[in-house]
Design a protein around this ligand. Structure first.
Ligand code: IPE
Ligand code: IPE
Ligand code: MG
Length: 252
């Protein structure tokens, strides 16, 4: 605890981990290419990294972990790669759901379900239904997710309520719109991590990221592990979050 003047490093004293960490798992393809392997092998190794990180997040006391698994724009990739990614999601849910459930993980899914194959929709629903009562860690899977699309869906629902006379237009506020997003009960991410060195959001949680701390790490997702997560959390702990206000000073 500091009780003198604040310096940028003071945040390092913050003991509590970020409550909600969101990760843009990027660099699978480059990881594979650098080793002369097919991109699909990078995605397969990416699932192993995901297993490690879910475990580590739980051990580190994180309450919510959101992972960007497939973006609305990833449909522009070759069909074979899309097939690999969907195959891995199917296998991840089939193979890992029982373990996640045993470990008390609650699975939530955000993104557009319309247009997904029925068996994928069933698996996503099964994962959510089975784990509904769990509370050790909430794993939010962003699948077929795009932030602009999510905001547009919310706006459309509000517009329908206004058009049908069930809501007056002056109740359309930032607060009400946020209640119509895909997971309104989940707090905004405190920390967003992107691997692979890219420094952009790529349509991920743009509404929810208004005051998130962004940490970009230069390693590709298949190499991400507990130590890398701890490194990003240490960086987060050094940040001073002000939310538009002034730095919290003690003793003045
Ligand atoms: C992240 O790795 C996985 C998904 C986007 C689904 P990439 O496939 O984007 O790998 P790079 O960025 O091409 O290396
Ligand atoms: C973002 O990565 C999407 C996921 C990690 C699922 P991309 O690799 O698709 O993003 P861009 O195209 O480099 O911005
Ligand atoms: Mg990428």
């Amino acid at each position: 605890m500091s009780n003198g003047a604040l310096s940028p490093g003071d945040g390092a004293a913050r003991q509590t981990p970020p409550r909600h960490v969101a990760i843009i798992m990027d660099g699978n393809g480059r990881w594979a290419s650098a080793r002369g392997l097919p991109r699909g092998e990078g995605h397969r190794r990416g699932v192993e990294a995901l297993r490690r990180v879910v475990r580590a997040a739980h051990e580190l006391g994180i309450s919510y972990l959101t992972i960007f698994s497939f973006s609305s724009e990833n449909w522009s990739r070759p069909a074979s790669e899309i097939g690999d990614l969907f195959g891995l999601l199917r296998r991840f849910i089939r193979n890992d759901l029982a373990t996640l459930h045993r470990d008390g993980v609650r699975v939530r899914v955000i993104g557009e379900r319309e247009g997904l194959e029925p068996d994928i929709r069933d698996l996503l629903r099964e994962a959510e239904d089975l784990t509904r009562g769990n509370s050790a860690l909430t794993l939010v899977v962003a699948f077929n997710y795009g932030s602009r699309q999510e905001i547009a869906r919310a706006a459309q629902r509000l517009a329908i309520e206004v058009a049908e006379g069930r809501r007056s237009s002056d109740t359309v506020t930032a607060e009400t719109l946020s209640q119509y997003l895909d997971a309104p009960d989940i707090p905004d991410p405190d920390l967003i991590i992107r691997t692979s060195g890219e420094q952009r959001l790529s349509n991920f949680l743009m509404w929810q990221a208004a005051y998130s701390e962004l940490v970009f790490v230069p390693i590709h997702w298949p190499d991400f592990d507990r130590a890398a997560l701890e490194g990003a959390i240490s960086e987060y702990a050094r940040r001073e979050r002000r939310f538009g206000g002034l730095a919290a000073k003690t003793g003045s």
